[in-house]
Design a protein around this ligand. Structure first.
Ligand code: HEM
Length: 182
């Protein structure tokens, strides 16, 4: 099944990115440090949203308007007293069709799974506000994830599996690269 294959084949890219994000989280000493981390998420997610936008139609993902997006990150950054001006422009994967767009979206939607862990870590460093992005869909998370995976399954035919996996791995890798260089 696509879901298991995708998870399995992108696991090592996920692990690498997770390591980098955890290291950044551990170095947070203030709300400003946290805002800087949010800015990296914002820069990457915002740019990715722009490049996938032409390919993710309502037909492909009917509830796409209700899904969490970089607007929440901007809200959190502003809540912490910072701005989204002077955000670096990251290199994101080249997206040329809906299969690749879904691969990138898999990474963005899946990032919510680590959300509760990130919120817990932040609490340890005394940060309890500006966490709406990482809190994600709250109790709705499993339902949102299941319906996203259903859309993915419906829209990816067997012969396109490799392409969606490559797009997902590339999306993880470029995010890790961007994090490492900022
Ligand atoms: C502190 C950093 C992170 C932690 C601790 C973390 C942790 C997790 C955990 C516990 C899961 C659930 C695994 C399972 O159900 O078997 C998960 C899944 C996932 N995470 Fe992360 N994660 C982190 C960062 C990220 C980031 C930054 C992204 C993407 C931008 C991401 C993308 C994903 C995806 C796509 C999945 C779904 C895998 C699947 O079930 O197909 N994660 N993560």
């Amino acid at each position: 099944m696509l879901q298991e294959t995708l998870k399995e084949r992108s696991a090592s890219a996920h692990q690498q990115l997770e390591k980098i994000v955890v290291a950044k989280l551990k170095s947070i000493r203030s709300q400003k440090d946290y805002a800087e981390l949010l800015k990296l998420f914002y820069a990457y997610f915002k740019r990715l949203e722009q490049v996938i936008e032409p390919f993710i139609t309502d037909e492909i993902l009917p509830d796409r308007a209700d899904r969490r997006h970089s607007g929440l990150l901007a809200k959190d950054i502003i809540h912490l007293g910072e701005t989204t001006d002077d955000i670096p422009v990251p290199e994101v994967p080249e997206i040329n069709n809906s299969v690749q767009a879904l691969g990138a979206l898999y990474v963005m939607e899946g990032s919510i799974m680590g959300g509760p862990i990130i919120v817990q870590m932040l609490e340890k460093y005394g940060i309890t506000t500006g966490t709406s992005f990482f809190s994600g869909y709250g109790s709705e998370t499993p339902i949102k994830w299941a319906s996203f995976m259903e859309s993915l399954n419906q829209n990816i035919i067997a012969s396109a599996q490799q392409e969606v996996i490559e797009a997902a791995v590339d999306t993880f890798d470029r995010f890790a690269f961007f994090f490492n260089n900022h």
